[in-house]
Design a protein around this ligand. Structure first.
Ligand code: SF4
Length: 206
C-alpha cells in the first residue's frame, strides 16, 4: 500500500483528479465514454459541446431516428455502432432504471456498450463511488512499468491494483495514471526525466 500511496501523493501534485472528458451529468458521462472508444477525448469534447445541447435526457436520444443520431455523431470513429449503443442503453435506462443512469457496477455493465472499465470510470467520476479501478490502455501500461503488476489482462491488473491501494483511492489512482500515461509515461519514448515517479520506477531505463 505504501508504494501506491506515495505514487498518488506525488501525481496529485501535478495532475487533476479528473477525466479529460467534459460532462455535467451521469448521462453525459455515459454518452461521452461510449463515444470515446478509439477516439481522443479532445475529439469527443468537440462533438459533445454541441451534442449535449440537443440531447439532455434519455428520451431525447430515443425520440430521434437512428439515422439522425448517427449523423449527429458522425465525426467520431465507429459512429454507427456507437449510435446503436447509445440508443439501446437509453432504452434500457428508461425501461429498467426509471430513466436514471444506474450507480452500481452490476447494472451499469448490463447496459449495451458499457464494460467494466467504463462502468468504473462512470461510478467514480459521476457518482464518487469506488467499486473498482478503471483499467484503460494507459493504466495497464504504466502499472506494468511501475512494477505494480505483471498481468496483461485488465481484470487481473485491476485485482493487483486493488490489493495495493486503499479502497477510497481506487478511482483517483485510475484518473491519475491515465494522465501520467497520456503526457509523460507515453507508449513510445516515455519522458522518464520529467516523471515525478522516476526514483520509484524499475523501468526508467526502458
Ligand atoms: S520513470 Fe519512466 S517508465 Fe517509470 S513511470 Fe515514469 S515515465 Fe513511466
Amino acid at each position: 500500500m505504501e508504494k501506491v500511496k506515495e505514487i498518488i501523493s506525488r501525481l496529485e501534485k501535478g495532475f487533476p483528479n479528473k477525466l479529460e472528458l467534459n460532462f455535467s451529468s451521469p448521462l453525459e458521462l455515459l454518452v461521452a465514454v461510449i463515444l470515446s472508444t478509439q477516439t481522443t477525448d479532445k475529439k469527443v469534447n468537440e462533438l459533445t459541446a454541441g451534442l449535449f445541447r440537443k440531447y439532455k435526457t434519455c428520451e431525447d436520444y430515443l425520440k430521434v431516428p437512428l439515422e439522425e443520431l448517427e449523423k449527429d455523431i458522425s465525426s467520431v470513429n465507429y459512429y454507427r455502432n456507437k449510435a446503436k449503443f447509445i440508443k439501446s442503453a437509453c432504452q434500457r435506462i428508461v425501461e429498467e432504471f426509471d430513466g436514471k443512469v444506474p450507480n452500481n457496477i452490476k447494472d451499469l455493465t448490463s447496459l449495451p456498450g458499457v464494460g467494466r472499465k467504463s462502468a468504473n470510470m462512470i461510478l467514480y467520476n459521476a457518482f464518487g463511488k469506488n467499486e473498482g479501478i478503471a483499467i484503460d490502455t494507459h493504466v495497464a501500461r504504466v502499472s506494468q512499468r511501475l512494477g505494480l503488476t505483471r498481468e496483461e489482462k485488465p481484470e487481473n491488473i485491476e485485482k493487483d491494483l486493488m490489493e495495493q491501494t486503499p479502497k477510497d483511492q481506487w478511482g483517483k489512482l485510475s484518473n491519475l495514471l491515465i494522465l501520467l500515461g497520456r503526457y509523460i509515461c507515453t507508449a513510445k519514448k516515455p519522458k522518464h526525466h520529467e516523471c515525478p515517479l522516476y526514483d520509484l520506477c524499475p523501468s526508467k531505463e526502458l
